[in-house]
Design a protein around this ligand. Sequence first.
Ligand code: SF4
Length: 116
Amino acid sequence: MTITVVSPEQFERQRLQHFMDEIVGQDDPKEPWWTLALCSQTDPELFFPDRGETARSAIRVCASCPVQRECLVKAMAEEAERTGERRFGIRGGIPPRTREAIAAGSLSIDDALAGA
Ligand code: SF4
């Protein structure tokens, strides 16, 4: 048996890519907004820029997404369950550091979205 060790960032990328893959055809009545997610029609890699790469393309997609607020609220709820872990990727058009500011209470979701 081969065990592959991945970094926390790789793990998070794989987890969120899976999430985005699952968006297509998602019909959970509790989360109907998923069916409208624009990232379901784009390359998931856009949302996980490597160090030194720009996130502008992903942020531009999110800015046009009709479910940006729902997505950010969901991301904040998910990340709140994993306190102490680093955040990765663009969620709701908002990069990890800005989501940390929201979680810390120094920025509101409305202000973050207004500045996105
Ligand atoms: S806001 Fe961005 S990450 Fe969230 S569902 Fe829309 S396109 Fe995907």
